[in-house]
Ligand binder design. Structure first.
Ligand SMILES: Cc1cc2nc3c(=O)[nH]c(=O)nc-3n(C[C@H](O)[C@H](O)[C@H](O)COP(=O)(O)O)c2cc1C
Length: 152
């Protein structure tokens, strides 16, 4: 096995409160994804970041030390607060290896739509998600929804 392929995958999912102001938000998020994708590729980390108006939910997958180190770094980012780990542990394989960081959102250009209909109808070729991804995404959507109810 090549030395850069981890034998096991560590997955961490957290939720945080989005502090990015509406003004300039599109550019800020574009920059954030640009940096995240290039750095994650170098660290062999993949994942998905779900965005609502007030909440981030992110899944990070990769070698455990690399994921923990990145998470510590992200947790100190002033663009969010109340960073809370929802789930972490070793899994058989990464679910999001296709993406250095998939964007899960409602806006015009997400990699994965925020509200996907998991009703057994095959999605359009090339844009589909696997059942494992759907399960994790459902968990993330529920976590985002829970956060908006908490603050209501
Ligand atoms: C919600 C959120 C998610 C982020 N996700 C990542 C990520 O997956 N990978 C990454 O390298 N940086 C991510 N960042 C950005 C980091 O916090 C940090 O700004 C970036 O790694 C650049 O750090 P540096 O200036 O010390 O190089 C994220 C930031 C936020 C607010």
């Amino acid at each position: 096995m090549p030395s850069d392929v981890p034998a096991t995958t560590f997955r961490l999912i957290y939720r945080s409160r989005d502090l990015i102001p509406e003004e300039g938000r599109k550019k800020e998020l574009g920059d954030l994804f640009g940096v995240a994708r290039s750095q994650n590729k170098q660290r062999h980390i993949c994942g998905a970041l779900l965005l609502t108006e007030e909440t981030f939910v992110q899944v990070l997958e990769g070698e455990e030390a690399a994921v923990r180190e990145l998470f510590e770094h992200i947790a100190r980012d002033p663009r969010h607060e109340a960073v809370t780990v929802l789930e972490s542990g070793v899994v058989a394989a990464p679910a999001f290896s296709r993406w250095a960081m998939a964007k899960v959102a409602e806006d015009g250009e997400p990699d994965i739509p925020l509200i996907a209909h998991v009703d057994g109808i095959a999605p359009a070729a090339g844009r589909g998600t696997t059942p494992e991804q759907d399960e994790i995404l459902a968990f993330m959507r529920d976590a985002a929804r829970g956060a908006s109810q908490d603050s209501a």
